[in-house]
Design a protein around this ligand. Structure first.
Ligand code: ATP
Ligand code: MG
Length: 401
């Protein structure tokens, strides 16, 4: 057992001592068996939330209506969820009602894929009711039970399936794949936020290419914002070199570049996906930088405007266009810039107004920008006297024209 599980054993023991069952379940069990690092340890139990709260002195209600209590113990925190069934899905998303039950089997039955429906006892024994172990061995992603019914209950499972293809490199079992092809339209009912999370995991997974092909083949892409008429472009995106993508903004940048989306359209596209303002801004910068850098070596002004971190993110994207990445040279270029932000400029608005004896106005920001550019491009040294002189010359010249 990995360290994270060993540390949690006393938690399981305490639940058992109180007369209930408790198991490790979900993605962490799957990932441990795959020899992959785990992120969250989920525990499922026959104890009801109120009973868990009696057993542990320190708990936080995080989703008590779904049966989840966060337990603070062993210098860590554990999501402990009561065994439950989900009944009568009427809207193809989320259950109308969750029912707490005492049986592990009932709980495992409602899980999405066989490899996610394994439970692990604290003594190392594995409960494998749906042949999840053999699917793990054979790298097969198979819905638990009847795939058609399972996607009807919760259509998000189709997107989850596709992202597991990308993260794990597994193949969709034929009936599971067929059920996706048949039910893709149910994704219409799923909120963009939930689709976004899965789609991003798909884009950042190590087996992106296979996953995008399945995304295309099942037609699930048609129910994702802005992708409906972009099937062909998606396939072109799948043909990019296989290197994994590191960040969300980089993923969007590559995708939008493939779609030939203009810089003005970026924000509109990403807003439909409910991206954060930060992601939108980063993506706009990266796309702007990338399109220049694909054509030619950096201009000083571009590196200055992007900043070093974003410039390096652009460099990383060159792999996908089989252009040599030059991080060291980019870093040197950024280092050698005379200034790195406007605050380092040797003149400010007050200096200029005083010197020219003019009131503030639109002219001021233009003059400052001219100074900034001239300094960055090395046309003039970053010294107050020199800059004021430079401005005076410029204005005189403009007046005489
Ligand atoms: P990750 O490693 O990304 O966390 P995960 O499989 O743990 O992957 P979670 O969203 O953390 O995904 O869900 C934990 C477990 O809950 C899953 O392994 C699965 O058993 C179950 N589960 C989650 N979402 C669904 C769903 N939509 N339908 C059925 N079961 C689900
Ligand atoms: Mg998880």
């Amino acid at each position: 057992l990995p360290e994270e599980f060993i540390q949690a054993i006393p938690v399981i023991n305490k639940i058992e001592e109180a007369g209930f069952e408790a198991y490790f379940v979900g993605g962490s069990v799957r990932d441990v068996l795959l020899g992959q690092p785990i992120h969250d340890v989920d525990i499922a139990t026959s104890a009801f939330p109120a009973e868990i709260k009696e057993i542990f002195p320190r708990t936080i209600d995080v989703g008590i209506e779904h049966g989840t209590v966060l337990v603070l113990a062993q210098e860590s925190q554990y999501e402990i969820t009561t065994f439950r069934t989900e009944s009568t899905y009427q809207d193809f998303r989320r259950p109308d009602k969750v029912q707490f039950v005492r049986s592990l089997e009932e709980d495992l039955k409602r899980r999405d894929f066989t490899i996610n429906a394994l439970a692990l006892r604290e003594n190392g024994e594995i409960v494998d009711l749906f042949d999840g172990l053999s699917d793990l061995d054979n790298k097969i992603l198979r819905a638990v039970g009847n795939p058609h019914e399972r996607f009807h209950e919760d259509a998000l499972r189709m997107m989850r399936g596709l992202r597991f293809v990308s993260q794990l490199g597994f193949e969709l079992e034929p009936h599971t794949l067929a059920a996706m092809k048949e039910n893709h339209h149910l994704l219409e009912k799923i909120s963009v936020e939930r689709i976004h999370i899965e789609f991003m995991k798909l884009l950042l997974g190590n087996h992106r290419k296979d996953s995008i092909h399945a995304f295309f083949e099942t037609e699930c892409y048609q129910y994702c914002p802005g992708l409906k008429d972009r099937g062909e472009a998606l396939l072109r995106f799948a043909e990019l070199p296989d290197n994994p993508i590191s960040t969300e903004a980089q993923a969007w940048t590559l995708l939008l570049d493939c779609f030939a989306v203009s810089e003005q359209e970026v924000s509109c596209f990403l807003k439909k996906w409910k991206c954060s303002n930060q992601t939108i801004q980063e993506t706009r910068q990266l796309l702007w930088g990338l399109r220049q850098r694909k054509q030619a070596w950096w201009k000083k002004l571009t590196v200055y405007q992007l900043g070093l971190a974003q410039s390096l993110r652009v460099e990383e994207l060159l792999i996908y266009y089989t252009i040599e990445m030059k991080k060291k040279e980019t870093e040197e270029m950024s280092c050698q810039l005379p200034i790195h932000s406007l605050s380092e400029l040797a003149v400010n608005g007050n200096d200029l107004m005083k010197f020219l004896n003019k009131k503030p106005g639109k002219w001021l920001s233009q003059v400052i920008q001219t100074c900034e550019q001239a300094v960055v491009e090395g046309e003039i040294v970053n010294e107050k006297e020199a800059l004021l002189n430079f401005v005076k010359q410029k204005l005189l010249k403009e007046e005489s024209q």
